[in-house]
Design a protein around this ligand. Structure first.
Ligand code: MN
Length: 268
């Protein structure tokens, strides 16, 4: 009985199959968590969704920016780019079932009380308990029948900074952006969406979110995240585990064994 967390899959069905084979994944005993971005860009997003859906209770995901974008495209709120490679999924006869399954995942999942699994990371002034509450706020709206209203208004970069008084769509948008799009923050904690480079190449006005001091995070707590392929899995801090190793860009798909804390990867 082993629990695993897989990094960004992004429609890479062959890579996911190879990884599950490599770890000898057994859905009757093991559990697979995913950091989100299950779909988009890879060769077979439909295959990935069908495989993950088929794992039933042995699979848990959090939502990534590409997963939310798929929901918006499905509702005609955004147009897919050809490079998204989502047509086979969007045109599938069971797409409504897959959309309902996808939108029911949260933005953050707490594992064993001290490990947060989320797509982009933990905003540096939030505790894990606060992050769970923020995730629940969005989850409640995503499982509501009027959820396309949230999708229609989630796009945009502002507000850049968190304040507990944020309300309505500004609050929703900040929470969604922090959990699904964050990489760098300014010294004052403002989200910076323009910078995507490796931290070695970053201007000194911004800091990776995981290097920004978080007074709410305890030393025994961990954050497992994806989204940031150019890190290639390196944060230099055991507390922050980066699992997007850029399989879709020709690098690796990585997975963390939560029992023995080893990382297993397959090459593209
Ligand atoms: Mn992402």
């Amino acid at each position: 009985m082993t629990d695993y967390v897989v990094g960004d899959i992004q429609g890479c069905y062959a890579g996911l199959k190879q990884l599950l084979h490599t770890i000898d994944f057994n859905p009757s005993k093991d559990h697979l968590y995913a950091v989100g971005d299950l779909v988009a860009r890879g060769e077979d997003s439909l295959g990935v969704i069908q495989l993950c859906y088929g794992l039933g209770d042995s699979f848990t995901s959090v939502l990534g920016n590409h997963d939310l974008h798929l929901l918006a495209i499905h509702h005609g709120l955004k147009k897919a780019k050809p490079s998204d490679n989502l047509d086979a999924l969007l045109n599938h006869k069971h797409i409504n079932k897959y959309i309902d399954w996808l939108r029911a995942w949260p933005l953050a999942h707490c594992y064993n009380n001290n490990t947060l699994i989320t797509h982009a990371g933990l905003y540096p002034s939030w505790s894990i308990a606060q992050a769970n509450m923020m995730s629940d706020e969005i989850h409640a709206q995503l499982i509501h029948k009027k959820y396309p209203k949230l999708l229609a208004k989630m796009y945009g970069n502002q507000p850049y900074s968190w304040h507990s008084n944020l309300a309505g769509m500004e609050r929703n948008r900040f929470i969604i952006n922090a959990f699904t799009r964050m990489r760098y923050v300014s010294t004052h904690g403002a989200l910076d969406f323009a910078s995507k480079m490796h931290p070695n190449d970053a201007p000194n006005t911004v800091t990776p979110w995981f290097e920004h001091f978080n007074p709410q995070l305890r030393p025994h707590q961990q954050v497992i995240f994806g989204h940031w392929a150019s890190l290639l899995g390196v944060t230099h801090q055991a507390q922050f585990i980066a699992l997007d190793t850029g399989y879709v860009w020709g690098n690796k798909m990585s997975c963390l064994n939560l029992t023995d804390h080893t990382i297993i990867a397959v090459n593209a």
